[in-house]
Design a protein around this ligand. Sequence first.
Ligand SMILES: [Mn+2]
Length: 169
Amino acid sequence: MFVVMSDSHGDRAIVEAIKDKYINTASAIFHCGDSELPAADEIWQGITVVTGNCDYDSGYQEVVVREVEGLRILLTHGHLYSVNYGLNRLSLLAQENECEIALFGHTHIATVEKVANEVCINPGSIRQPRGYPFIPTYAIIAILNQELTVKFLDREHRVLEEMTRVIEL
Ligand SMILES: [Mn+2]
C-alpha cells in the first residue's frame, strides 16, 4: 500500500498529518507538487515529491521514477504535460519510462484513468478540490496481484467509499 497527496498549497499541517499517519506502514508516500513548501523542508524526509507550477524552489525535480512493490511509478505534477487537456502526454511519458502507473496533480480533480497501458492517478487536492464531490482528498493505493485498488480519503482520513476504484494493470 502506498499513499499519494497533491496540491496542498501551503498547508504544511495536512502534509505532516498524512505523513505521520502512514510513515510506518506505507511502502511509499508521494506528493505530486504544489506544496508551496521549501525543497529543504525536513517534512520531505520519507516523502517523494516533485515540483508544481506554484513551487518556485529549484531544489525540486520535475519528474521522478520510483519502484514500489515491484511496480515502476512515475511522479510529476502534470502542468508540463498539459493534463488539463487530457492524459495522453502523461501516459506517453510513463510508457517511455517503462512505468505502469503515473501519479499527477495540477487539475485538483480526483482521477483514476487507464490511458493506453498506463494507469493515471490524481489524488485530488488536499486543500482546494475542484471536482465532484468538492471534498479535499488524498489517495491510498493497494496492489494485489495485477489489480489496483484506489481509495480516496478526506482530511479526517475517512474513506469516501463511493469514489473507490478497482482497476487492472
Ligand atoms: Mn495546484
